[in-house]
Design a protein around this ligand. Structure first.
Ligand SMILES: Nc1ncnc2c1ncn2[C@@H]1O[C@H](COP(=O)(O)OP(=O)(O)OP(=O)(O)O)[C@@H](O)[C@H]1O
Length: 231
């Protein structure tokens, strides 16, 4: 699903955020990306969705060569990728329903299909009863679940999450990770940047570690399994 071959990213100004990265994430995997602040986690996710271009190296995502992808094709790539942000980036001038519907409106879906798909996504995150509310009326954990519904409403094969639990307490964080895992259980490839090491260990999934832009660790799935009853 994701292949990086000798990928480097140098930002304008000369800072090397990623150096010579080699990495494969197979379809159906759930992978955590960890590392110190500034290690390059967000940069890696931005390269996958072409928010930034690699400076060197080869990148393939969902069978498409990103190096050669013209700008006009980027929206089609993005439709295959759901993105969850730490601060969820919801719009507070419209309802929960309308927030989740946004990617479908942009993609030109019929109103009939939009209603059906939005409600299916809200149902999956347990917020069907709150579709008419403004997200401001929801708790932090609920807002993040709206962000997840919006990310999956288009049924993308790949889900990226950048510090999706950054502002949440441990119990809510565990719930969000469990929710992301449920999408992985039905076949979605999931890549999560997080520095919540305790939670990552509990999930027992593959863990990639970045340090100063280099991949310094790749621990396979099957680490420590949750003993704390949180998941
Ligand atoms: N647009 C940019 N221009 C210049 N430098 C940047 C840019 N974006 C990120 N950087 C630098 O690249 C490095 C990696 O940043 P990145 O956001 O990928 O790290 P991170 O591991 O996600 O960190 P955090 O955990 O703090 O979010 C940092 O030193 C950052 O200052």
């Amino acid at each position: 699903m994701i292949q990086f071959l000798n990928v480097s990213k140098r930002y304008p100004g000369g800072f090397d955020a990623l150096s010579n990265l080699n990495l494969t994430v197979d379809a159906g995997e759930m992978v955590f990306l960890t590392g110190h602040s500034g290690a390059g986690k967000s940069t890696l996710l931005k390269l996958v969705m072409l928010m930034e271009r690699a400076t060197r190296g080869q990148m393939v995502v969902g069978g498409q060569n990103l190096n050669k992808m013209p700008r006009r094709q980027i929206p089609f790539l993005r439709r295959q990728i759901g993105v969850v942000f730490q601060n969820h980036q919801l719009l507070f001038d419209r309802s929960v329903f309308d927030n989740v519907a946004l990617p479908l409106l942009i993609a030109g879906f019929e109103p009939r299909d939009i209603g059906r798909r939005v409600r299916a996504a809200l149902d999956k995150v347990g917020l069907l009863s709150k579709e008419k509310l403004n997200p401001i009326a929801l708790s932090g954990g609920e807002q993040q679940r709206v962000g997840i519904a919006r990310a999956v409403v288009n049924k993308p094969p790949l889900l990226l999450a950048d510090e999706p639990t950054g502002n949440l307490d441990p119990k809510l964080s565990a719930e969000i990770m469990k929710l992301l895992q449920q999408f992985n259980d039905v076949g979605v490839t999931v890549l999560i940047a997080s520095h919540d090491l305790v939670l990552i260990e509990r999930m027992g999934k593959r863990k990639l570690t970045l340090e100063a832009g280099q991949l310094v660790g790749d621990e396979p799935e099957g680490g420590q399994v949750d003993q704390g009853g949180l998941l």
